[in-house]
Design a protein around this ligand. Structure first.
Ligand code: DAH
Length: 343
């Protein structure tokens, strides 16, 4: 029995050397340890072994079984590792730390303009804030002095959610949160995506972007508003611009204005961009209504503020000479590939 076991072990040791893949390893396993395998068959002779020898022979057989299994699985592990090494070596090596040779992507023109405007305001001490896209009815309307059942709510045709929240109709929806969040004085801008149930045309989209700003301090005046807007517009249009204010109406500002910029493309002489008027309507704004300050936890007797709601899409269209607002949400790569970072 002992010789027979040793023979089998020698046989396996030689056979294992010749194995080249996992199928061959499995075939050898079956040949030796399978139901009718060479070693398995020896177990059948156990009943003929005298009982005083059974323990010793049984142990020999079991040890042999373990040795065979160990030899075959060691070879399998070796083969699997070799296969993996082979695979790794055959793949083209890429150094992911190298800079890319070509950069085919580009920022959306609106993002480019948004970043430029953010940089200008940051340089003047403003913080840049984010707003929610889904807002409470309170923040979107009530907190900015548009109470329930007030006709002013009709100015913005709103998408309501089943839970009573709204898709924010304007970036002013973040005013209340920001007035409460920051200690005074406050200088903040907050760009964001807004939604309204609009009929679409070249100038109207149901999804559009605004960039809101608020300045709250002691003795803030319309002069501050004009100064900051002029600074920003001059940097974006890369020339000294002139602005004018016309009276407007918004429930959250008193007084309210429409700010126009003298057409930077024709210097006010009249062109197709300004529709020959010499002026471009750009930015609704005004002095923050005392009620809005109060709702934001600020005493309007001590502090005053101004706010503006710049149309980011409009700024983008003017800066990149895009005529149809719908292009901005079109995902039209042919259009977007034309735009690179402006220096
Ligand atoms: N939220 C207004 C709108 O979307 C725009 C606006 C007007 C914002 C006046 C302001 C403001 O901050 O002072 O129509």
């Amino acid at each position: 029995m002992k010789e027979r076991i040793e023979e089998i072990l020698d046989y396996v040791a030689t056979a294992v050397e010749k194995i080249n893949d996992s199928n061959q390893a499995q075939a050898l396993r079956v040949e030796i340890l399978g139901k009718n395998g060479k070693l398995t068959s020896l177990f059948r002779f156990m009943k003929e072994v005298p009982s005083e020898k059974k323990g010793e022979v049984g142990k020999m057989l079991n040890d042999a079984k373990i040795s065979v299994e160990n030899m075959i699985s060691a070879k399998e592990t070796f083969l699997a590792q070799a296969e993996l090494d082979n695979e790794i070596n055959s793949v083209e090596k890429i150094d992911i730390t190298l800079p890319s040779k070509t950069c085919t992507g580009s920022l959306h023109p609106r993002t480019i303009i948004q970043h430029e405007i953010e940089e200008v305001f940051k340089s003047m001490g403003f913080v840049v804030e984010d707003g929610n896209e889904v807002e409470t009815e309170y923040n979107n309307f009530t907190a900015v002095n548009v109470p329930e059942n007030h006709p002013a709510r009709d100015m913005q045709d709103t998408f309501w959610l089943d839970n009573g929240q709204v898709l924010k109709t304007h970036t002013s929806a973040a005013q209340n949160r920001i007035l409460k969040k920051y200690p005074l004085p406050i200088r903040a801008i907050f760009p964001g995506r807004c939604f309204r149930n609009e009929d679409l045309d070249a100038g109207h989209e149901n999804t559009f972007f605004q960039l809101e700003g608020v300045i709250v301090d002691k003795d803030v005046s319309v002069g501050n508003l004009i100064y900051f807007m002029k600074e920003m517009l001059s940097k974006i249009f890369k020339k000294e611009v002139e602005v004018r204010l016309r009276p407007g109406f918004f429930p959250f500002t008193e007084p309210s204005f429409e700010m126009d910029v003298r057409c930077p493309f024709c210097d006010g002489h009249g062109c197709s961009t300004c529709k020959q008027s010499g002026w471009i309507e750009l930015c609704p704004c005004g002095m923050i209504h005392p009620e809005v300050l109060r709702k934001g936890g600020i005493d309007p007797e001590l502090y005053s503020g101004c706010a503006f709601g710049l149309g980011l899409d409009r700024m983008t269209m003017l800066s990149f000479n895009i005529n149809d607002i719908r292009e901005l949400n079109s995902g039209n790569l042919k259009l977007f590939k034309q735009f690179k970072l402006r220096s």
